[in-house]
Design a protein around this ligand. Structure first.
Ligand code: FAD
Ligand code: NDP
Length: 315
């Protein structure tokens, strides 16, 4: 099958792009993936509970319900959706040829909105059927304001900008915020480090790792190990936040698009245009800084509008 616009992905970026492209009568086809990057169709929001910061839902909305609504809105305007992962794409010439799980085809333009997957530590107690999302999260900005974390000790793992930024953010809610870092120096930028180190509510556990999450129905404590002495102890904690980086879902591109050193797609300033004319990228796959549903949706809108201009100029 030959398409005008191929959209790869299924989070807010992909569906916002689909809504705009469909309303522009470009008959987009969207491949939402089948457990692509280890995440269900619908993207990262399918892995969370309450979303309270997406405008339009003053009472909040469950993550999976929000993605269902995105999908329904894409379909309403005529987007064709396939529950398949795009495994290969040839971007060497237009039309771009691609292969998905059960079908192949070509497209005059492509929007890559395959997102990123937050890295999780596989420690005892933190599994899906254990305390994951019961005090354990990979997104402090998303989950930090939950009542369960108010005036409680909280733990952030990591030593990069995300860890210090998330720890600083969490001091608004927690009593003490521990940053557990495996080395004795932070990777974060100097200014962000200083802000965290100067914050009286943040306590550093240098050269420490978390070895276990403990609790009955909700997190109650984390077990930490001092890597210099091998000594282990429990610290009470109602929240444990992984800030150990994300993996952008770009492996299927096989190096055909310019990415940065962490494999995020590089787009032109104020644009979703990649280095290949006709190929655009939106959402977390090209954004390692903001990583919010609303910013992903905004860039999905930009991508669709840019596709419309591109196809008008390059029929
Ligand atoms: P993603 O949501 O990352 O979705 C992309 C999806 O595309 C993938 O998950 C996969 O299903 C599919 N895909 C990947 N590769 C392929 C392929 N090759 N072919 C086909 N399909 C593919 N943000 C907020 O604003 N508020 C919140 O409360 C909030 N809570 C969060 C809670 C958690 C636990 C997490 C992890 C994130 C949270 N976020 C929140 C962040 C938000 O989910 C992301 O910023 C947003 O979902 C990014 O959207 P995206 O469109 O870039 O792609
Ligand atoms: P980074 O990759 O920069 O940092 C990840 C941190 O997690 C590192 O300190 C790393 O330790 C630690 N880590 C990784 N794996 C493990 C593990 N298995 N166990 C324990 N610790 C682990 O990721 P970030 O998300 O912090 O940042 C990504 C990019 O986004 C960076 O370029 C950053 O500058 C940028 N960013 C910018 C922000 C801003 O400017 N406001 C905010 C957030 C991110 P080690 O140091 O030992 O490798």
């Amino acid at each position: 099958m030959s398409h005008r616009v191929l959209i790869i992905g299924s989070g807010p970026a992909a569906h916002t792009a689909a809504i705009y492209a469909a309303r522009a009568e470009l008959s987009p086809v969207l491949f939402e993936g089948f457990m692509a990057g280890g995440v269900a169709a619908g993207g990262q929001l399918t892995t969370t509970t309450d979303v309270e910061n997406f405008p339009g839902f003053p009472e909040g909305i469950m993550g999976p319900d929000l993605t269902d609504r995105f999908r329904a809105q894409s379909e309403r305007f005529g987007t064709t959706i396939h529950t398949e992962t795009v495994n290969e794409i040839d971007l060497s010439s237009r039309p771009f040829r691609f292969k998905a799980d059960a079908q192949e085809g070509s497209a005059d333009s492509v929007i890559i909105a395959t997102g990123a997957t937050a890295k999780r530590l596989e420690i005892p107690g933190a599994g899906d059927r254990e305390l994951w999302q019961k005090g354990i999260s990979a997104c402090a900005v998303c989950d930090g304001a939950l009542p369960a974390f108010r005036n409680q000790p909280l733990v952030v793992i990591g030593g990069g900008d995300s860890a210090v930024e998330e720890a600083s953010f969490l001091t608004k809610y927690g009593s003490t915020v521990y940053i557990v870092h495996r080395r004795d120096e932070l990777r974060a930028s100097k200014i962000m480090q200083q802000r965290a180190l100067d914050n009286p509510k943040i306590e550093m556990l240098w050269s420490h790792v978390v070895t276990q999450a403990k609790g009955a129905d909700f997190l109650e404590a984390v077990r930490v190990k001092d890597l210099k002495t091998d000594e282990e102890r429990d610290i009470p904690a109602a929240g444990l936040f992984f800030a150990i980086g994300h993996t952008p879902n770009t492996a299927f591109l096989n190096g055909q698009i310019d990415t940065d050193e962490q494999d995020y797609i590089v787009t032109k300033p104020d644009s979703t245009q990649t280095n290949i004319p006709g190929v655009f990228a939106a959402g977390d796959v090209q954004d390692k800084q903001w990583r919010q549903a609303i910013t992903a949706a905004g860039s999905g809108c930009m991508a669709a509008l840019e596709v419309e201009h591109f196809l008008a100029a390059n029929p």
